[in-house]
Design a protein around this ligand. Structure first.
Ligand SMILES: Cc1ncc(COP(=O)(O)O)c(C=O)c1O
Length: 315
């Protein structure tokens, strides 16, 4: 089951200098939620909603596109086609407008209408909506089906299987965290969707200091509401996912992730998306077991519109 939302006809290009603003996000110290921890334990969140397009996904999207152009796979009128739960789509759509190529995105129909609006109306991408009951796996399958019928028409970055996804994080996210903490980071905690953030940042950080411990946060349930994250046991496992890269996995129930989103707003004054709530639940579990350490987690986006639309906040 799918239908198509047409992109509006007007296309104005964005300035190329916008691409240089991808990355370089702030590291925010969480001061209130962490009050009960041992005095030498600190948690910081990488504020990825400061990225172009409002999410962590600008980093891998840019790298996969740059490498696609370098390898001659994107260009000569080709359309960028990929499946996404939203954030990568926004990033592709912005970069497409900057560099002047068309973008078609397969997304689960239940992705919030605000995000669909950003991709289609603001950035001109064409949306193909997949069965909401099949979640991100339905979008992956449909994108592959469309690609297979017409491979010459498309460049499919395939963020789940493209090593440039995790390499973007190894070369930018990890480097920034290392520099921003002055090399003091002891633990890294991140949610897994494509797993690019965790795979790349962990590899980068462990190359600086192999003693840094890394934790993967995944939804506790197969049917969950933590947008952007994947329950690996019951999903199509991304080709770039390698469980030997990190040290431990932490499972977070949807409800705990949602409650933490509200606590982050009320106690830290920051509005973040659901996967950030789950990531902080994981970071707190790690923090509560140690007496000393600098824990870094990633807040992938600030999907305030989703949270409000889903009734998690009274505004
Ligand atoms: C909101 C959100 N959080 C977390 C993730 C997971 O990041 P990664 O795909 O790098 O594992 C994604 C990925 O799409 C996302 O959109």
């Amino acid at each position: 089951m799918h239908y198509i939302m047409e992109a509006p006809p007007q296309v104005t290009r964005f300035d190329k200098s916008v691409l240089r603003k991808i990355g370089h996000t702030p590291l925010i110290k969480l001061e209130s939620i962490t009050r009960h921890l041992a005095k030498d334990v600190e948690i910081y969140a990488k504020a990825e909603w400061h990225n172009v397009g409002g999410s962590v996904k600008a980093r891998p999207a840019l790298r996969m596109i740059q490498e696609g152009i370098r390898e001659g796979k994107l260009g000569r009128g080709k359309i960028l086609l990929d499946s996404t739960s939203g954030n990568t789509g926004v990033a592709y759509a912005i970069i497409g407008r900057i560099l002047g190529f068309k973008v078609q995105l397969v997304i689960p129909a239940n992705v919030c209408k605000e995000r669909k609006g950003i991709m289609a109306s603001a950035y001109n991408a064409e949306l193909i909506l997949s069965d909401p009951l099949e979640s991100s796996d339905g979008a992956i399958k449909l994108a592959q089906e469309i690609y297979r019928k017409n491979p010459d028409k498309f460049f499919m970055p395939d963020q789940y299987n493209n090593p440039y996804n995790w390499m973007a994080h190894r070369d930018t996210t990890a480097k920034e965290i290392w520099e921003q903490t002055g090399g003091r980071i002891t633990h890294f905690v991140a949610g897994i969707g494509t797993s690019g953030t965790l795979m790349g940042t962990t590899r980068g950080l462990k190359s600086f200091n192999p003693n840094i411990l890394s934790y993967a946060v995944e939804p506790a349930e197969a049917l969950h509401g933590l947008e952007g994250l994947k329950h690996m046991e019951t999903s199509i496992v991304p080709g770039i996912y390698d469980p030997s890269v990190f040290d431990e996995k932490i499972s977070i129930p949807t409800e705990d992730g949602y409650n933490m989103v509200m606590r982050i707003e009320k106690e830290e004054g920051i509005i973040v998306g659901q996967s950030s709530g789950a990531a902080l639940c994981g970071a707190l579990q790690v923090a509560e077991k140690i007496e000393k350490g600098i824990i870094i987690t990633v807040f992938p986006d600030s999907c305030a519109e989703c949270n409000i639309a889903h009734g998690d906040f009274s505004i």
